[in-house]
Design a protein around this ligand. Structure first.
Ligand SMILES: Nc1ncnc2c1ncn2[C@@H]1O[C@H](COP(=O)(O)OP(=O)(O)O)[C@@H](O)[C@H]1O
Ligand SMILES: [Mg+2]
Length: 293
């Protein structure tokens, strides 16, 4: 069985794309096959997987897969199959990394923006779900990156998904943006034609060790209860001091920006903090795997 999970927040900059990309890497480390669908015309997830925007000009992208529903063969059913490309993370010898071998991408370029205006067409909200039909099943997990909006492109993701995972920072506006997603999907289930859609979890990102952040986290936990994912793990043998504790939430850490610029998985970086951070994403992957159980 395959699970489709949309990462969402109505606010930008909370780390949706970062979490999609690093969670895909973590699922791959756990031996799971992953399809990442980029439903943000900015194409940041696409580029983070090492796919070059120049070369994307000449290949079909997720935009065409969605559009195929209007005039393609089979009415667009399974059209995503024609668009899938491999993740391009490579090691120093130029070979695909072990993670990359298990990650496929439905890439986006800016012209995905053209799909946004098609919301008025009857049935349009199901076009992405239809494009994935028979394709999602080839993967253990489909992760969907969404834009910070509740518009048509995000609705395409919500209409296709089994779960929404909220990514928020411990700030008032981000928590509010997360809340708007939850309100939207609970009031629009009929319009989305997707009664199976559920809240999978809440990831809190960019956490600093401040009282202000702790207060915001308390508020988020008050709202979402045990849906908030506590990512703490204790690694190694406690007795022999080989412990590598990780925090409950994703710390604010400049290395993310560096990994982003290098188009790589955080696991490609060495050092204690990189190990801790990959361990946090391993825990996110474990939580996603637990959703299916
Ligand atoms: N935990 C973190 N610590 C530091 N920077 C982060 C963290 N998570 C994400 N970032 C950075 O924040 C910026 C926005 O993240 P991004 O994933 O693009 O957000 P979104 O997709 O929600 O708009 C990026 O530059 C990213 O590298
Ligand atoms: Mg993004």
């Amino acid at each position: 069985m395959s699970l489709i999970i949309a990462f969402a927040n109505n606010k930008g900059g909370t780390g949706k794309t970062t979490c999609v990309v690093q969670t895909a890497a973590a699922l791959a480390r756990a031996g799971k096959s992953v399809l990442v669908a980029d439903l943000d015309p900015q194409g940041n997830a696409t580029q983070s997987f090492g796919l070059d925007p120049e070369s994307l000009q000449s290949i079909p992208t997720v935009s065409e897969a969605i559009k195929a529903n209007t005039h393609g063969e089979r009415g667009g059913e399974g059209a995503a199959a024609d668009v899938v490309v491999s993740c391009e993370w490579r090691d120093s010898r130029g070979a695909l990394t072990e993670e990359a071998k298990l990650i496929h991408v439905l890439p986006a370029r800016f012209d995905l923006e053209n799909r946004e205006s098609e919301s008025g067409t009857p049935g349009a909200v199901r076009r992405f779900a239809k494009a994935l039909a028979g394709v999602a099943e080839n993967y253990d997990y489909v992760l969907v990156d969404t834009r910070p909006s509740l518009g048509h492109l995000s609705q395409l993701a919500y209409a296709a998904a089994d779960y929404v995972v909220l990514v928020t920072t411990p700030t008032y506006f981000a928590a509010e943006g997360a809340g708007r997603v939850v309100d939207f999907i609970s009031t629009s289930a009929v319009d989305l034609n997707n009664s199976k859609l559920k809240l999978g979890g809440v990831v809190i990102n960019k956490v600093k060790q401040t009282t202000a952040d702790r207060a915001q986290i308390d508020g988020i936990v008050e709202t979402y209860g045990d849906k908030v994912w506590r990512l703490r793990t204790i690694k190694g043998k406690l007795g022999d001091y080989e412990v590598e504790n990780t925090p409950d939430f994703i710390p604010d850490w400049t290395r993310f920006a560096e990994a982003e610029n290098a188009n790589s998985s955080l696991s490609a970086w060495s050092g204690d903090r990189a190990r801790k951070t990959t361990a946090i994403f391993d825990q996110i992957a474990a939580n996603i795997i637990a959703l299916a159980a």
